[in-house]
Design a protein around this ligand. Structure first.
Ligand SMILES: Cc1cc2nc3c(=O)[nH]c(=O)nc-3n(C[C@H](O)[C@H](O)[C@H](O)COP(=O)(O)OP(=O)(O)OC[C@H]3O[C@@H](n4cnc5c(N)ncnc54)[C@H](O)[C@@H]3O)c2cc1C
Length: 310
């Protein structure tokens, strides 16, 4: 295996903690990776110098990294990354970037890896109905799902080199669409509470938001909810044509459990379903099921969780 490069996942505070899982994934490919941190201010890379198993950290500094633009980011990163296998996260943005970089470098791409064993990379296909294992024979781009690999430990000592790429990059022309809310994105969350058409009206999602605030969860939705109510944005949709999520806990409220919804969330560690119909398919996949209307169940769940968190 040639050089391995990890592109850091980012959040508003700098390097997202899930990047530590990417380091472990890159090590499973058989190499000590170089971590590339796309940034505007290189000091954000200082926060991760303690991560173990990194060959070195490159803070790739450019104004282009202020707001995401696939073409701008791919050009900027291409300019600083050595040749080799590239590991990214599997958030929608990172998968988009992975595909761009793969196309730019003429490399094969494997998206949504959930297991790596040497050069064998396994990922779900056909909406999770089957697994494919690809044997890499050279450099590739691999996006890795979160919550699959353990994070690397924090007892290392890597040095940071700063590369200013501002002069090299194509200027980002796409306007940044500010996030509609400061809520966690479902693709980044460890706990998700999602509502379906059974919520009855978009304003009833405020009950899900109240619980999400108590336990630090993100709020998701089924496609029926997104399609029925304009106030529920597509960015919240979980499923085959929405986001694929892999949280520790997924709470489905008023969601029937159609195959296309399951495709996006059935790999969650624990699934809790609240549905008034005892025959709803979601119960076949739930670890815990509550047969009740959300009107009955959510107040009890909300106050129990509040008491637990105090
Ligand atoms: C090509 C394709 C792609 C698709 N992609 C996606 C996708 O990405 N994501 C996705 O979610 N769907 C997707 N769908 C749609 C999918 O097939 C289902 O139609 C959709 O998931 C249903 O959403 P729902 O469960 O919220 O609604 P419904 O099927 O209407 O179910 C509502 C549920 O709420 C329950 N309920 C009603 N009232 C209450 C109450 N008061 N309290 C508790 N429970 C209540 C009902 O018993 C029912 O089980 C896709 C479909 C196609 C054809």
């Amino acid at each position: 295996m040639t050089e391995t490069i990890v592109i850091a996942e980012l959040n508003k505070n700098g390097v997202h903690p899930s990047t530590a899982e990417l380091i472990t994934a890159a090590q499973a490919l058989g190499a000590q990776p170089t971590l590339i941190v796309p940034c505007v201010d290189a000091s954000v890379a200082d926060a991760v110098t303690g991560w173990n198993g990194i060959k070195g950290i490159v803070a790739a500094k450019s104004g282009a990294f202020e707001h995401y633009d696939a073409a701008g980011w791919a050009s900027a990163l291409d300019a600083v990354m050595p040749q080799g296998t590239i590991v990214t996260g599997a958030s929608p943005q990172s998968k988009d970037l992975a595909a761009r970089i793969a196309a730019k470098r003429n490399l094969p791409v494997v998206q949504d890896a959930i297991s790596i064993d040497g050069t064998n990379v396994t990922s779900p296909v056909y909406s999770g109905k089957a697994m494919q294992t690809v044997s890499l024979s050279g450099a590739a781009v691999v996006s890795v799902r979160s919550n699959v690999f353990p994070p690397t430990s924090a007892d290392g000592q890597a040095s940071v080199s700063v590369v200013d790429t501002s002069g090299d990059v194509a200027t980002s022309v796409q306007e940044f669409m500010a996030r509609a809310s400061t809520r966690l994105d479902v693709a980044e969350a460890n706990i998700i509470i999602s509502g379906g058409r059974g919520m009855g009206a978009p304003e009833n999602f405020s009950h899900l938001e109240a619980i999400a605030d108590t336990i630090g969860a993100a709020v998701g939705a089924s496609r029926a909810a997104v399609d029925t109510w304009e106030a529920i944005p597509h960015s919240m949709q979980v499923g085959q044509t929405g986001k694929t999520v892999n949280p520790n806990l997924y709470i489905a409220v008023g969601i029937s459990g159609a195959i296309q919804h399951l495709a996006g969330m059935r790999s969650s560690k624990y699934i809790v379903a609240i549905n008034k119909d005892a025959d709803a398919p979601i119960f076949q996949h739930a670890d815990y099921g509550i047969v009740a209307t959300w009107e009955e169940a959510l107040p009890v769940l909300g106050s129990s969780l509040k008491a637990m968190m105090e």
